[in-house]
Design a protein around this ligand. Sequence first.
Ligand SMILES: C[S@@+](CC[C@H](N)C(=O)[O-])C[C@H]1O[C@@H](n2cnc3c(N)ncnc32)[C@H](O)[C@@H]1O
Length: 361
Amino acid sequence: MPAQHLPDNLETLVLYCRAGFESDCALEVQTKAAELGIYGYCKTGEAYVCFVPANGRQDIERLLGQLHLDQLVFARQWYPVVVLAHLDRENRLGPVFEALAGWPRAGQLVVEYPDTNDGKALVGLGKSLSKPLLSKLQKQNRLTRKLRSDLPTLFVFLVAGDTLMLGWGCPDEINPHPMGIRRLKFPKEAPSRSTLKLEEAWHQFIPADQWDQRLAPGMKAVDLGAAPGGWTWQLVQRHMMVTAVDNGPMNAGLMDSGQVEHVREDGYAWQPSKGVEWMVCDIVDKPARTADMVIQWLLNGWCRQTIFNLKLPMKKRWDAVDLALSHIQSALDEAGLRYQMACKHLYHDREEVTVYIWRQS
Ligand SMILES: C[S@@+](CC[C@H](N)C(=O)[O-])C[C@H]1O[C@@H](n2cnc3c(N)ncnc32)[C@H](O)[C@@H]1O
């Protein structure tokens, strides 16, 4: 369903993010909305942000039409909502049904909570609300009996015992994963938990039908700051030949694969003798230093695709990310490179974000 058919009473946009990153998420959505001429204020909760634009629903429709969730770094999920606060604990569902009057038919009902300990404490309440809600909406034919992922999702976002948000998520605009989180199983054989960061990045940035082409067996890869080898392990699983650059020790089992060459050098100074397909980098250093290194790799044609982390120990994380990405973009644009670039604060990222760049010329 196109965004212009949003129910009338949706005047706020909720965005989920990692707890502690609310002000970055708020500043980013405000900045990107303002670039489109949409102005509003934010209210932050724990692990979520509400963006309230000046012209309510009209602004939200325009924003959802012109900005995609993938273009936001810090938001895991977003959808328009109506906020129901100060609910009577004896009759929470009365106002819910009132607010839902006139909403079109949804393809599924999803009840969620902020990704925090307080949020987890609301799971029981969510379950007790969803049963009667589901059965009444289905009886009224306002919710399909079988899940329909081609229809919008009706969200109930519970933020406190007496406060919830009713949301409307159109299929092309929302993150399909519960809580906006892609859960991955830690592979027992991998040398470090960091391995999940690279795996999640591939899922985030490379469509499944392009893995065979962009993560192909036999490709050459360089892993800067590789030890003990979680990222190298992922590259080896894709049957790539990997140069692992790190002064620290690599996992012995991984070295036994015969697909890894360990080079004990400074990752910021080391250069490949010939171009490779992939360069990945998980070194903890200043974003500006990593950005300069990545620019050098791309402009010299040392790699075609790269995934790297920008580490963010500072307070103003959105400013630091914006600065580093703008710097890379200007350098690549000035050189006339054609490329795709995307950046996300992944679930497995902590004080860092992950960037993907694919050089196409
Ligand atoms: C976060 S760990 C990398 C973890 C790795 N991605 C994994 O999945 O196992 C960062 C690594 O960067 C290395 N490192 C730090 N500065 C470096 C530099 N200038 N050159 C190469 N490696 C560096 C450290 O020795 C450390 O092993």
